[in-house]
Design a protein. Sequence first.
Length: 211
Amino acid sequence: MAIQLTRADIDWVSDRYPNMEYAPDRNEFHGEIYFKRKHEDISIADAYSVRVSFNELDSYTGLPKVFCKTDKIEKIAEAHQVTLEDLHINPDGSFCLTMEGEENKYFKNGFTTQEFFKNSLEGFLFQMSYFVKHGSFPWGEYAHGYLGYLEKYASGSMTLQELFDRLSKHEIAKVLLTNRQSKCLCGKGKKLRKCHPLIFKGINKMKKEHS
């Protein structure tokens, strides 16, 4: 199901981001987003060339899919020797803007285009540029993909049944086969309990509750 933009939505985006254009035949914006944001004492101004599709929605969060139109993020990953997944880029190249169930923190009264651009998308791009300068993200975050759900479960924000609902059978089997000496599931080659201790905690908790 697509998100239908109103004339007011289109005008607002065009006014805020003069280098963005709306393509009505594809129901998407494309072009450059410039932003200037501050976190604590650190201000960052940057720009990204993106495509924002209101026809392609994330199957979990229902948010519009956003793609980088250049290799800027790929170069960030290469320079910092991390994977695109580490930078919260989905396998299809879209941005992982938030986890399922977390989208409500951006939309107090339901989805709005303005809040999506200002809070969700600009926030994502800000943390990307912050990572370029500092090698870390500016606020606490869960790991990408199913590993993030394990962390959420470990922190008590998700029940075992909710975790099982989000993990595939293959992912569940992979998790249950781990032990104290296993390499981290993130693929970096370090021991799981040292690389991602919250994931390790979630796995142990899952094994106890599942047994």
